[in-house]
Ligand binder design. Structure first.
Ligand SMILES: Cc1cc2nc3c(=O)[nH]c(=O)nc-3n(C[C@H](O)[C@H](O)[C@H](O)COP(=O)(O)OP(=O)(O)OC[C@H]3O[C@@H](n4cnc5c(N)ncnc54)[C@H](O)[C@@H]3O)c2cc1C
Length: 457
């Protein structure tokens, strides 16, 4: 059955599917490179997992004391800090941000650059003619429409466009099991002065009430573990609520603590399965109620706290990964492999939030590889964002071509920015000079352009 759609008469050089962490930056980069750009986004704001799943901070990605992701990431941070929505913690990490502020900054940068955005619109299906995408059929309040462009960027995080165009892909580990999902939330109305004193008295070593960070994971020697045990014994928490608990301050939001939890039930781990995703929402909300009750009862300063935000999007760490012209592997990471067509450098370790009981984080087990030297890094090649079988599509972000283990290292936000920036420039050039063929891009010239724009490739 083919459903009727109407064709939007305007066309674009570059159409970005998904205005998230990689996609918003890709749209900005493509627009600044002179392309007519449309970003199509399912939610009502840009930033994706970083904003709508409330994932802060940008994870540190530092080698030899220097941040590896520069270019548009630097501009983003500078703008966030300038409006009071970015902050540097006492340890010198300048990657903290307010997700609501990030939405404003990304939108400003896209519109100022001449890009357009279409919110509340879901990409349904690419239209493909002999290995080339001609349009994306989208759904929104106008019904089904076909949006035509010369080059497409799939930054949906789930490779929705690539999969719809029959690009081969992998999903999950060797058994098809994915990393845990989380539904993040905040507590507002916290007396941070009293909470700080309480945390210090309980061995959580805070520098002051303006920046708090505390955590508990069963068996990891957290000083908060006895409180969690008591809460489980008294029925306030479930055992699994202590599998991962972490809270921290948010710039520009005094009196509010953001939580990198709860973890969603282990059997609900596929963020590309609509039933898992929906059940994750209800499972997460129930856990948020328990964690709120725990904080009110056991953490001084939280007695009158209330739920400030439940992230509009479930936090999804990994779903589908395309098979591209090159698949990045664990060995590439541990051996610090460099590539002639590098578009991004990474030092963030393999970091698997496994749902399998007793599984260890790989970066702890592999701690002696050269990769763990403080000045080490590996590179991500352009070929990892070029999917097999389609001429005019790029796939930056968490669904780039990588093994399950490698994905867990490269997925952090600053790498998604840098992959997005490379994809945006490459897409603009492909549209203008190569009839949309992304394999024709002169990658040495792309690297030179990224460096000219402050990048580090
Ligand atoms: C719980 C959790 C904690 C994490 N912690 C950190 C951390 O502390 N620091 C860090 O740097 N990284 C962290 N990460 C990883 C990082 O946040 C993500 O890997 C990264 O943001 C993914 O970026 P992306 O651009 O690939 O996807 P996203 O940012 O998710 O963007 C995808 C976008 O596409 C849109 N979309 C999806 N499908 C469609 C469709 N069909 N049509 C239209 N739009 C669509 C979505 O709405 C979204 O805006 C964490 C991730 C999770 C889930």
């Amino acid at each position: 059955m083919t459903l009727p759609y109407h064709t939007e008469p305007r066309t674009w050089d570059v159409l970005v599917a998904g205005g998230g962490t990689a996609g918003a930056i890709a749209g900005i980069a493509a627009a600044r490179a002179g392309a007519r750009v449309l970003v199509v986004e399912a939610q009502g704001s840009l930033g994706g997992t970083g904003t709508n799943a409330w994932v802060t901070p940008l994870m540190r990605n530092v080698s030899a004391g220097r941040n590896l992701n520069r270019g548009l990431t630097d501009e983003l941070k500078a703008r966030l800090h300038a409006r009071g929505d970015g902050a540097t913690d006492p340890g010198g990490n300048d990657n903290w941000f307010n997700p609501e502020g990030m939405k404003f900054v990304l939108e400003e940068m896209l519109l100022e650059s001449g890009g357009e955005v279409l919110y509340h619109t879901h990409v349904v299906q690419p239209l493909v003619e002999v290995g080339r995408i001609t349009a994306l059929v989208v759904h929104n309040k106008g019904g089904l429409q076909a949006l035509h462009a010369g080059v497409f960027i799939d930054s949906t995080g789930d490779a929705d466009v690539a999969v719809g165009a029959d690009v081969p892909f992998h999903a999950g580990d060797e058994e098809g099991i994915h990393q845990a999902m989380s539904l993040r939330f905040t507590l507002a109305g916290v007396d941070t002065g009293r909470l700080c004193a309480f945390l210090n008295a309980h061995g959580q070593g805070q520098t002051g009430p303006s920046f708090l960070h505390f955590w508990m994971v069963w068996g990891k020697k957290s000083t908060l573990e006895p409180l969690f045990r008591e809460a489980v014994d008294s029925g306030v928490l479930l055992e699994r609520d202590g599998d991962y608990f972490q809270g921290f301050s948010v710039p520009g939001r005094p009196g509010e603590i953001s939580f990198n939890c709860p973890r969603i039930r282990a059997d609900l781990n596929d963020g590309a399965d609509p039933w898992h995703l929906s059940a994750a929402q209800t499972d997460g909300r129930a856990a948020i109620d328990r964690l709120t009750a725990f904080c009110r009862r056991y953490l001084k300063g939280c007695e009158s706290a209330y739920i400030g935000t439940v992230a509009p999007m479930v936090g999804v760490r990994e779903t589908r990964r395309i098979v591209g012209e090159y698949t990045l592997t664990l060995e590439d990471i541990l051996d610090c492999r460099r590539f002639e067509d590098s578009i991004c450098r990474n030092h963030y370790p393999v970091d698997i939030h496994s749902v399998k009981a007793g599984a260890h984080l790989l970066h702890e087990r592999e701690g002696k590889a050269p990769y763990f030297a403080p000045d080490a890094y590996h590179e991500i090649p352009y070929r990892s964002i070029v999917p097999q079988g389609i001429t005019n599509l790029l796939v930056p972000g968490r669904s780039a071509s990588s093994t399950f283990e490698a994905q867990s290292a490269i997925r952090v936000q600053q790498n998604c920015h840098t992959m997005g920036e490379a994809a945006g420039i490459a897409a603009a050039w492909s549209a203008r000079e190569h009839g949309g063929r992304v394999r024709c891009v002169d990658v040495a010239a792309l690297q030179a352009e990224m460096r000219r724009l402050g990048g580090n490739v």
